[in-house]
Design a protein around this ligand. Sequence first.
Ligand code: ADP
Length: 414
Amino acid sequence: MEEEILPDYESSEDENPTNGDNKVATSTTAVHESGFADFLLKNEILRAIADCGFEHPSAVQHECIPAALLGTDLICQAKSGMGKTAVFVLSILHLIEKEGKGIVALVITHTRELAYQILEEFNRFTKYLPHLKAKVVYGGVPIQQDKKDFAESMPQILIGTPGRVLHLANEKIVSFSNVKYFILDECDQMLEELKMRKDIQEIFKFTPHTKQVMMFSATLSDDVRAVCKRFMHNPREIYINDKAKLTLDGLQQFYVNLTEEQKTRKLISLLDVLEFNQVVIFVSSVDRAQVLNELLINEKFPSIATHSKLKQEQRIDQYKNFKKFGARILVSTNMYGRGVDFERVNVVFNYDMPHNEVTYLHRVGRAGRFGTKGIAISFVSSDEDREVMENVRKQFVVKLPELPDELDCSTYMT
Ligand code: ADP
């Protein structure tokens, strides 16, 4: 544990009495009686929101945006696909001042694809704020390229993965001395992994003491929540969904009992009978992703695979390709297990069961996003798999029955 090098705000002088009034709002996707205009956001932002087709704020947006706009430090937990990204993107864009010098907002997340996705969200909402610029940085890109980009123009918003962000700070290629907004997306994943946590602590020390810190995830254990708080001044904690309600309303979940040898045949027969817009198939290793993808292509399925061993440009190309519906099936390692948003995915397979219930919850949350329908099917082939399934049932109070012989496609196709 690295806690001794964390700035311990709990003992800081300017502490106010705690206002950590934990909230549990309803789990409905959109709050129909409220509109984005109620947040009194800049007109340019409201126009971009309308262009995106967002009609009403989701519950998490309804609860968190007003708190974020007040400058409060924030810990926000809400289930997958409910629009947590827009909470910090819209709030930062509203709060950031025109004359802001250097990097004012720093957003850190755990994978390159998610960092890229967040950049795209900033780009969508800065349509009418052309003076606000965002840039993404991550490993796999020559550092000289970043250096050249920063020399040409300095963005106000930087999104990146921990290793590259720290590298840029250590090399003094960028300065974080003007940072006013510090955001960790998928905070539990980053703070649980010791290397990332250490990098984040180092980055944090490059930023000013006074700033607004906001952290987001669908899952937050008590231990990680305590770590989160050590980065914050008197945070507001907003929990939209408590543990038992973290599974998605429109998502049906089933398991199939089978042997390892039966998995591929079963997968192919299910892909033949299921109706799907897009499918994500999770496997446990890079090798398995490659082999399964080739096998599906040989069977004439429109499949692609992504994993950490691809070249950097290929990784982002695969992400963009799948996002714009260029392929219908994606075989992936856990790299896409959380955060990434593919609106049209309505079927998720755990070809290989994940190792724990938290990873399961994030993976299946790639389907059924923002109130859409979906189905998640998990292959259970060992005692360890069965144990994970039991833990999912217990932790998230979900039935998770055996896959029936017949399914009405209207229950998982929007
Ligand atoms: P989370 O971070 O909670 O997993 P995302 O921020 O990725 O969720 O949002 C999931 C999807 O919902 C995205 O496609 C996003 O564009 C969409 N979305 C977010 N907020 C709204 C809204 N208020 N109305 C309609 N769609 C929304």
